[in-house]
Design a protein around this ligand. Structure first.
Ligand SMILES: NC(=O)c1ccc[n+]([C@@H]2O[C@H](COP(=O)([O-])OP(=O)(O)OC[C@H]3O[C@@H](n4cnc5c(N)ncnc54)[C@H](OP(=O)(O)O)[C@@H]3O)[C@@H](O)[C@H]2O)c1
Length: 365
């Protein structure tokens, strides 16, 4: 993926929609808990139809930091932490996107909340380290959305400052009730990321999916995007989602799948396999809840049978070992967590018997 190094000059055009963050079904106190510096932001909340509430954030500091200054800040920051701790250990696990056979790494990165850091330079430098770790460890798929506040801008800001982004598989979403606004929103996303085209464009939460699908099919025909997808959150609109999966010319579907939320095993995952659709699994940690529930317990000794060194890898290897899952997209704001997560990109995966054992183990805790 070629990155166009020009993220800031577009901002004038997108400022009116910049800084939105939507809580899909997230309580306000949890959003606050995820913001690194809530006191630095001005937040307004309102209601937006099917999509609950959203808030705007005002930029706090100037975005105008030169590449040299930025790299100096990054160097200083790296001295403080385990940023590039060693080379990636061995071949990475990949799976194919069925519609083309293109292989992608099975661990990607989400960006909801975690990359929504606005203009704060310290936080941007820190997220740059997170993204650097992601690429260093063999990552490729990055998922975002115009719904995620400043996340797309921060991703673009980081991509423009990383030297090695060839592996990038860029995935974002169109999220507007009006089809006529879709093209402009996608152009804004390209500008924010600094990419000429997206690898994957998804219709976020099925919002006006019939309308946007028309646009996306045209875009794919004209080579403006490579793959088309639809997304949903845990348990939302699964019937409509299933119908679209069965009937529409999609490449990728995205929905929730983790060791506790396994409803997708009943219909969505088998249907994806039958229809030859790639699956991006969102919320692989059930946001943070799986850690809160289980990390105080010991990992079972047999986790070594599938090269699993910590709970993050246990949860992720469970998700990506399902035969119909192509890639899990965990989100993190931390380098050490990214290092843990990317460890799931290596070594063996559990087979069907071990997967059953994993389920029984967490259910016993
Ligand atoms: N409808 C849709 O299209 C839709 C819906 C939901 C999600 N998504 C996509 O899927 C992505 C993933 O879902 P999600 O962000 O909701 O939830 P998630 O990835 O299940 O969980 C993210 C949380 O896990 C924590 N975490 C990550 N790695 C960790 C580790 N190694 N140890 C401990 N904690 C760790 C993160 O906190 P730290 O920052 O402290 O690491 C963060 O709070 C989203 O970011 C988004 O891109 C799409």
């Amino acid at each position: 993926m070629r990155i166009v190094r020009r993220p800031v000059q577009f901002l004038g055009r997108i400022v009116p929609s910049y800084g939105l963050i939507v809580r899909e079904d997230f309580p306000a106190r949890d959003v606050g808990a995820h913001l690194d510096q809530p006191a630095s932001r001005t937040t307004l909340t309102t209601t937006l139809g099917d999509h609950q509430s959203w808030s705007t954030e005002m930029p706090r500091t100037s975005p105008d930091v030169s590449r040299r200054t930025f790299l100096a800040m990054l160097g200083a920051a790296s001295a403080l932490g385990p940023r590039f701790a060693g080379a990636a250990p061995g071949p990475i696990l990949k799976k194919a996107i069925p519609s083309t056979g293109e292989q992608v790494p099975v661990i990607g990165m989400g960006s909801w909340i975690t990359f929504n850091v606005g203009w704060d330079q310290d936080l941007r430098v820190q997220r740059l380290q997170v993204l650097q770790t992601f690429f260093d460890r063999g990552g490729g798929v990055i998922d975002s959305s115009p719904m995620y506040g400043s996340s797309e801008a921060v991703i673009g800001y980081c991509l423009a400052r990383l030297d090695e982004t060839q592996a990038l598989f860029s995935a974002t979403k169109v999220w507007t009730p009006l089809q006529m606004l879709g093209a402009g929103q996608m152009a804004d996303s390209r500008a924010l990321w600094g990419v000429e085209r997206f690898d994957l464009m998804q219709i976020h939460n099925m919002l006006n999916w019939e309308g946007h699908l028309e646009t996306l099919l045209e875009d794919k025909g004209d080579d403006r995007i490579r793959y088309i997808g639809i997304t949903t959150s845990h348990g939302r609109r699964h019937d409509a989602f299933e119908k679209a999966m069965a009937e529409q010319p999609l490449d990728v579907v995205q929905f929730t799948y983790n060791i506790l939320d396994r409803q997708a095993e009943r219909r969505l995952l088998p249907l994806a396999a039958e229809r030859g659709l790639a699956v991006l699994a969102n919320r692989p940690f059930r946001r943070k809840q799986l850690f809160r529930l289980f990390e105080r317990h010991p990992l079972p000794g047999w986790a070594g049978e599938f090269d699993c060194a910590n709970w993050a890898q246990f949860f992720l290897k469970f998700v990506v070992s399902h035969p119909a899952v192509t890639c899990a997209i965990p989100a993190t704001s931390r380098v050490d967590h990214m290092q843990e997560n990317m460890g799931a990109l290596y070594g063996r995966l559990p087979d069907a018997a071990l997967r059953e054992r994993m389920i029984r183990y967490v259910e016993s805790l």
